[in-house]
Ligand binder design. Structure first.
Ligand code: PNS
Length: 162
């Protein structure tokens, strides 16, 4: 049985993430979606909500489970017994950002990173852009799972009011 970890901030989970996680599942028996608490970034959604939304998006999908990552990804990978980290690439900029992380994770725990090319029709979707579009009242319903769109709009309303 082979397990892979698909890590990310998932702030919020997008249809691009869902596509990459499904592709990872086609290569590994089990995929653990690792939702990073990520203290270096200030997130729109708290980690508990990001985990709950991802669990909802993959409920009923065999072989995919969702957990929070509290510390180093390299330690999480070891704890769940994964043989690889899987990350999606939309283009060269993603690779430039991912390469140092892949090298560092291999340095720390020996884990290999597998890069997956996502659906080109989803290559324009990024969590940061989703938040920006929503912040200005634009439509995000075809960019993220339905429950995620509602959560983003609600969180932004709360933030604007606060
Ligand atoms: O979706 P993102 O924000 O591009 O994902 C980045 C993520 C969560 C994969 C990365 O920040 C991470 O692995 N964080 C966990 C802490 C850690 O291990 N940091 C060192 C990474 S080399």
């Amino acid at each position: 049985m082979t397990t892979a970890v698909c890590p990310g901030s998932f702030d919020p989970l997008t249809l691009g993430h869902v596509d990459v996680i499904r592709r990872a599942r086609s290569m590994f028996d089990e995929v653990v979606v690792g939702v990073a608490r990520n203290s270096t970034k200030s997130s729109l959604l708290p980690v508990e909500q990001r985990v709950a939304l991802a669990r909802d998006a993959f409920s009923g999908v065999d072989g995919v489970r969702v957990e929070a990552v509290d510390g180093l990804l390299a330690d999480f990978v070891r704890t769940v017994g994964a043989v690889a980290v899987v990350k999606g690439l939309r283009g060269g900029a993603d690779f430039d950002a991912e390469l140092p992380m892949a090298l560092m994770n291999r340095h720390l725990s020996g884990v290999e990173t597998v890069f997956v090319v996502g659906d080109q029709a989803l290559a324009h979707i990024a969590s940061s852009l989703v938040k920006d579009v929503a912040r200005y009242g634009g439509p995000i319903d075809d960019l993220v799972p339905g429950a995620v769109a509602d959560a983003v709009r609600t969180a932004l309303r709360g933030r604007d009011a606060g």
